[in-house]
Design a protein around this ligand. Structure first.
Ligand code: 1CP
Length: 371
């Protein structure tokens, strides 16, 4: 597989262009494109089956298993994208963090950063250590056969950093804040380091693996005030985005700064360019995004991705249909929109409700076809 990937970078012709069209100004539009965050995951019985006797990172490191899991949701749902089965912690793991995925607790880091001397442990990944991700992407892209768009991803520097110092998914982010406000210079140094490696990682996902769109997950962006996000986090994100766009100017990039849909952060990203190239092409939005933010994004000709609260899928069919309709009503003023949830699916979600969400989104977005 690896040898094939290194010598043959041709892929099947793209027949489904809905996702890619959502990043173009003159998009064809039969219906809105749709995919779901965490679509390859624990709500699927076939995922639980394949993971029954497997360690999470072992599954990620086997390109055939990773590709199979990536394709699982596409076998039964009419989705327009595949997001590669991996994790935002794959990169910090390659950078020297010892991470296990606990079936109950989620990620646990055994050598988290506790003192400023610990940052010397962080290293550039050994080039071999991430090749399995590019192999899995390549294999998946071949298997998709142009019928879906392949999405690569990484965690944003702040979210990855918080895992490095907290050692697990945090509730209070006290250690993260201590580092940020007390060891500010060291924190910035680590954020910049993660940013540079993340840029290279995304570039490789595109150039080596064939990812067609990339998404950056800043899941914990909302844990600090915008004033701190702007001062400490944006500079490292700028490094990541600039280095990526320098190498991959035409690959659409979606930013997900969760719980940070204040107008300030979106405006900050909208103003970021490399020459004439916007650094962020699309925004994954929360459910409670304001009209002000929507207008700003639409006027700037960027793509909107969102934004149904996944909890609605626990509700009745009536409320699900109604909220899908209200979401589409709001978003359809731009052709540049991709239907998604506002955060990921969880093990509690029922397959049939997920199916209804997809079917309703497709049916209702078709109503706007001729507009
Ligand atoms: O379909 C997909 O999206 C599969 C790829 C994927 C992605 C994009 C996985 C697989 N993880 C992620 C991103 C990710 N991982 C984020 C950012 C997105 C978000 O905010 O939800 C974060 C914060 C993590 C960290 C993580 N990984 C956690 C803790 C947070 C949480 O959501 O609970 C956990 C439990 C994981 C494990 C994990 N990653 C992915 C899966 C399918 C699983 C579950 C593995 C298992 O227990 O069997």
């Amino acid at each position: 597989l690896r040898e094939m990937r290194k010598t043959n970078k041709t892929f099947p012709r793209q027949t489904n262009t809905r996702i890619l069209d959502a990043f173009q100004s003159f998009a064809q539009f039969d219906r809105a494109p749709i995919w779901m965050m965490r679509q390859a995951g624990r709500y699927l019985p076939e995922f639980k089956e394949i993971m029954k006797n497997r360690d999470f990172f072992d599954a990620c490191q086997d390109p055939f298993i990773a590709a199979e899991i990536t394709l699982q949701p596409l076998k039964q749902f009419d989705l327009d994208a595949a997001i590669i089965f991996s994790d935002i912690l794959t990169l910090p793991k390659a950078m020297g963090m010892e991470i296990i995925m606990d079936k109950e607790k989620g990620p646990v880091i055994k050598n988290k950063l506790e003192t400023i001397d610990d940052i010397n442990r962080i290293k550039s990944p050994d080039p071999q250590s991430l090749e399995h991700v590019y192999d899995a992407l390549y294999l998946t892209r071949q298997a998709l056969y142009g019928k879906q768009t392949l999405i690569g991803f990484c965690g944003a520097p702040f979210t990855v950093f918080s895992y490095m110092v907290e050692g697990e998914t945090s509730k209070m982010f006290l250690k993260t804040k201590k580092w940020l406000y007390q060891y500010t210079q060291e924190t910035k140094k680590v954020l910049d380091l993660i940013a540079k490696e993340s840029a290279q990682y995304l570039i490789n996902q595109v150039k080596e693996g064939g990812a067609q769109v990339v998404q950056i997950f800043d899941s914990f962006a909302g844990q600090i005030p915008f004033i701190d996000y702007k001062e400490f986090v944006i500079p490292s994100l700028r490094i990541l985005l600039e280095e990526f766009k320098l190498e991959c100017p035409t690959t659409p990039l979606i930013m997900f700064a969760k719980d940070q849909n204040g107008v300030e952060i979106i405006i900050t990203f909208l103003k970021m360019f490399l020459g004439d190239t916007p650094l962020v092409d699309g925004f994954q939005l929360d459910s409670n995004v304001s009209d002000e933010v929507l207008v700003k994004i639409i006027e700037s000709d960027r793509t909107i991705q969102g934004n149904l609260e996944p909890g609605v899928l626990f509700g009745t069919q009536q409320i699900l249909k109604k909220r899908v309709s209200q979401m589409i009503e709001k978003l359809q003023t731009t052709r540049r929109f991709i239907i998604n949830l506002s955060h990921g699916l969880t093990p509690e979600h029922e397959v049939e409700k997920v199916r209804l969400f997809i079917q309703e989104s497709i049916r209702q977005s078709k109503l706007y076809k001729v507009r």
